[in-house]
Design a protein around this ligand. Structure first.
Ligand SMILES: O=c1[nH]cc([C@@H]2O[C@H](COP(=O)(O)O)[C@@H](O)[C@H]2O)c(=O)[nH]1
Ligand SMILES: [Mn+2]
Length: 301
């Protein structure tokens, strides 16, 4: 595993670092806009004096923190595959390049000693999972990975109540960020309510500290909704989602292709507006991740 010197130094000194995933770049956003987005995501952190650590596998080597050329490769090279935790050893052994999912990013970030990770939306239980067993490894990996993940809930392409049930079973701590309403990614609310809300970044850092005191090694999931004025138009969302789900079923899409297929189709069906919302979501979560990392860093001094 290679840790970029800037990242390694910040971790060693206890300065704030936020991990970023790469599957959202390679498989979640269209090229070439994704490269600009990848740069923008890192800049949001730098503007807040936080070191970004975008994570990916490059030529068989897991990288925590990417150089500009590695970031460009992950964004633009179509041969970069989607890599979850179980794929990591094979990618390493065969020299493949891969973009890491939330699960694989969380795994590598925690291994490097990073405590905070921002993403767009977490993977979860897919609709129809009782027949297909399609549940993202994001959930089980977070159950055993000590990292705080900031996410706008889970995408409405998933079964949101089932995902929350699984998070409960897996004993992953879930807190709303300034709200007890669980978001559904493109929409501010999913209709689901959380047991706990924390007011701010210091509140999240206090939960992390208590988790450590207890000796727990599971994640803290911070659900951070977009403000109402930035959410996707609910009617447009409803129609695009219904059509994309029906088309995925018609086309027999399964396994790890499901999320990228639906995301891309919804961008087309909303004529790009879901993409703008997706970018706002990621930016919003990265800014909150920066605040949490800074709060955590201060707490450790
Ligand atoms: O805004 C986004 N969030 C999340 C993803 C990715 O989708 C993955 C889930 O895939 P699956 O359902 O196959 O586990 C997440 O881990 C994440 O990498 C994405 O592309 N876009
Ligand atoms: Mn899946």
């Amino acid at each position: 595993m290679q840790i970029l010197p800037e990242v390694a130094e910040a971790i060693a000194a206890g300065r704030p670092v936020v991990a970023l995933e790469s599957t959202i770049i390679s498989h979640g956003l269209p090229r070439p806009r994704n490269l600009q987005a990848a740069h923008d995501f890192e800049q949001i952190l730098r503007d807040r004096d936080v070191v970004p650590a975008t994570i990916a596998v490059v030529d068989g080597e897991p990288h925590v923190g990417l150089t500009a050329s590695a970031l460009e490769r992950v964004a633009l090279d179509e041969s970069v595959v989607k890599v979850s935790v179980r794929d990591l050893p094979v990618a390493m052994a065969t020299g493949a390049s891969g973009a890491t999912t939330v699960a694989a990013t969380a795994y590598l970030a925690a291994k490097a000693g990073i405590r905070v990770f921002s993403t767009g939306g977490l993977g979860g239980v897919h609709r129809g999972a009782s027949a297909t067993f399609d549940e993202s490894a994001d959930l089980t990996v977070l159950a055993r990975t000590p990292i705080t993940v900031v996410s706008a809930g889970v995408k409405s392409i998933l079964d949101i109540p089932a995902t929350l049930e699984r998070l409960e079973t897996l004993s992953v701590t879930v807190v709303g960020y300034g709200t007890d309403r669980f978001p559904s990614f493109w929409l501010t609310e999913s209709g689901e309510t959380l047991d706990w809300a924390v007011p701010d970044a210091d509140g999240v850092a206090a939960v992390m500290a208590a988790n450590d005191v207890l000796g727990r090694t599971s994640a803290v999931l911070v659900a951070n909704p977009l403000p109402y004025d930035k959410q996707l138009d609910p009617q447009l969302h409803h129609d695009a989602l219904a059509q994309a789900l029906a088309e995925a079923e018609r086309d027999g899409i399964s396994g790890k292709d499901v999320s990228p297929y639906l995301l891309a189709r919804i961008v087309e069906l909303t004529r790009g507006s879901s993409l703008e919302v997706n970018l706002d979501i990621a930016a919003n979560n990265i800014a909150v991740g920066a605040d949490i990392a800074r709060s955590w860093s201060v707490r450790q001094q």
